[in-house]
Design a protein around this ligand. Structure first.
Ligand code: GRF
Length: 321
């Protein structure tokens, strides 16, 4: 079992979503652990619960501080706790641009509406007012624009006759308590999820001119050059021949280059069984912090290696501009 992802949860109020995250983390092989609960309100009820659960806490009122200074103090506490992800759970502060940018892709929020509907406040009242059949909740990545980052998971909750914003909020919270732990668990695990990794590789490979996908010995492979004379420039290898690696196989320039890379960066590269002998390198994808620009560069280079002249010539011309 790989190490658990470390998450810091930021709250301002009751912290029931935080509690749901904590209790889910105590069950079975949950892929994350809560290393900090932090709040801008020292009175937040959730802090007392976190303390009782033996989780480190941090509280700092924002009154009298600039947004940037307050964010910096919260961020310092998060880093100090060793958190790799920030999970906002009813944290009622708008975050500064710098803070959000530094945590891009590693900061999640839960918002009580079916985004993109009803960003901002009073979501339940607005849904009832509009006569919607359902309210709901969304887990999304945090970007500088409020409640506008990629939606990772959603659940719809019916609005029933006589609902008030309060009664609907309560029902939505039941859904949130199921959704958030699951969405966080899936998100922190995605770097070792073969389906998610293949999807990323596929998107990059098929974006290259005239490439197509064809299975080869049970693995997804990517070719360029047409139906008949096409050649493979990449394979997606999911734990082949006894390795733990989920990897992209790409063509290198020479065996020397391959061996050098494997020797100097064994956490990134390996020499795959069979393919390695003919100069294919394995680029390990199931590790945190993969540089996807680098993966894209490998695909492009490998594609260039085998693509017909008429296509590489076009690429060369495009590169000059
Ligand atoms: C939740 O409904 C969440 O969607 C919103 O704020 C509320 C927080 O509730 N962002 P709690 O503090 O987790 O009970």
């Amino acid at each position: 079992m790989t190490d658990k992802a470390k998450i810091a949860v930021l709250i301002s109020g009751a912290g029931t979503n935080m509690a749901a995250l904590v209790y889910a983390s105590r069950i079975g092989d949950c892929p994350y652990e809560v290393v900090l609960v932090a709040s801008n309100d020292p009175q937040a009820a959730g802090l007392a619960l976190a303390e009782a659960e033996g989780i480190p806490t941090f509280a700092l009122p924002h009154k009298g501080m600039t947004r940037a200074d307050h964010d910096a103090a919260m961020e310092a506490a998060v880093l100090e706790a060793g958190a790799e992800y920030i999970v906002l759970a009813g944290y009622m502060r708008i975050l500064s641009y710098g803070f959000v940018s530094r945590w891009a892709g590693r900061m999640l929020n839960i918002h009580p509406s079916l985004l993109p509907l009803y960003k901002g406040l009073d979501t339940h009242a607005r849904a009832i007012e509009a006569g919607d059949s359902h309210g709901g909740t969304s887990v999304h990545l945090v970007t500088p624009e409020l409640d506008a980052g990629e939606v990772l998971a959603q659940v719809a909750v019916p609005i029933v006759t006589g609902d008030t914003p309060e009664s609907l909020a309560e029902r939505v919270k039941l859904a949130e308590h199921q959704l958030y732990p699951r969405a966080v668990a899936d998100y922190v695990s995605r770097w070792r999820d073969p389906a998610a990794l293949l999807e990323r590789v596929r998107a990059l490979a098929l974006a290259l001119p005239e490439s197509d996908e064809r299975e080869s010995h049970g693995s997804p492979g990517f070719r360029v050059g047409g139906e008949k004379s096409g050649k493979f420039f990449a394979y997606f290898a999911d734990q082949h021949h006894g390795t733990e690696h989920i990897a992209l196989l790409a063509r290198t320039g020479s065996m020397d280059e391959l061996l050098n890379l494997v020797e100097s960066q064994p956490e990134v590269y390996f020499k795959p069984a069979y393919y390695g002998a003919s100069g294919w390198i394995g680029i390990i994808l199931n590790r945190p912090g993969v540089d996807w620009d680098e993966v894209a560069a490998w695909l492009q280079r490998s594609w260039r290696n085998v693509a017909p002249k008429r296509l590489t010539r076009l690429m060369d011309i495009a590169d000059e501009f």
